[in-house]
Write a protein that binds this ligand. Structure first.
Ligand code: APR
Length: 247
């Protein structure tokens, strides 16, 4: 870990007028949730087609078997890690205004972050594909797949963005507005590959923000728009930044 870079990053965050965080799967690895790409990434063992919207519509049972196995059975016990907690503390202290995330795991909110924009939705909520009624996941009977709607018996879908599905309008427009206002963006644990989510840091850069990136590997941003690239595990770097900000 490059301490001089961490010091500069902490100073930029401390003096920022409108700091914003942008997170990907890498921030939740240390909570026990695998990334999607790279070594041990989900897509190396699971066919992403199970998460493609037309496939889901045609074969909801097969898709739900994978969804339940990967998200609902595995996510049940996951807890926020120190990186989520430090971001929440940064929000409470006014060092950042919001968290824009590609993650569907709800861990930013569990850690206490108040303004979280979920570009790829959330596994916590299910929505009926017929009548659009929304249910908290705790109401869904997943002992029988696919789970169905209590109102119209339609098939329920996790309120996450499947491949070839549009991003929720509210989350996208709010994220673009936050990026536009930001003077410092803290990017944590993303490969920068998935469009249009990956345009958010570009928007921030175009609006004059300084980009700080934390990742164990280089991403599509690192040698292009990132100003300070800090190579390291999110938990270790964030713990150090948190210490420097007295969080
Ligand atoms: N600390 C910091 N970064 C890490 C860590 C860690 N401990 N572990 C892994 N990373 C980094 C990896 O180097 C990689 O760059 O996290 C990134 C994870 O990349 P992806 O798996 O591609 O995840 P992400 O960029 O969030 O994917 C975007 O793709 O599949 C879709 O909808 C899904 O939201 C997801 C989107």
């Amino acid at each position: 870990m490059d301490r001089s870079k961490i010091k500069r990053a902490a100073e930029l965050i401390r003096t920022s007028k409108y700091g914003v965080a942008f997170t990907g799967a890498g921030i939740s690895v240390e909570s026990g949730i695998p990334t999607f790409r790279g070594d041990g990434g989900l897509w190396s063992s699971v066919d992403p087609n199970y998460f493609e919207i037309e496939y889901f519509k045609k074969k909801p049972f097969q898709s739900w078997q994978k969804i339940k196995e990967i998200f609902y059975d595995k996510f049940v016990d996951v807890q926020p890690n120190i990186s989520h907690k430090i971001l929440s503390a940064m929000g409470n202290r006014g060092f950042i205004e919001s968290v824009i995330t590609q993650n569907i795991d709800h861990l930013h909110q569990v850690a206490g972050s108040k303004f979280v924009y979920e570009l790829h939705g959330t596994y916590k909520q299910l929505v009926c594909t017929e009548c659009s009624t929304e249910f908290d996941m705790s109401f869904a009977d997943m002992s029988f797949l696919p789970p169905t709607c209590y109102v119209c018996k339609g098939v329920l879908k996790p309120d996450i963005v499947f491949f070839n599905e549009p991003i929720p309008k509210f989350a996208l427009s709010r994220s673009i507005a936050e990026a536009d206002k930001s003077d410092v963006m803290l990017i944590i644990g993303t490969n920068a590959e998935v469009y249009p989510a990956n345009t958010i840091p570009v928007k921030a850069k175009d609006s004059g923000a300084t980009l700080i990136e934390i990742n164990i590997n280089k991403s599509g941003y690192s040698d292009t728009i990132t100003d300070i690239f800090i190579e390291g595990k999110a938990s270790e770097v964030m713990e150090e930044i948190g210490r420097l900000l007295y969080l």
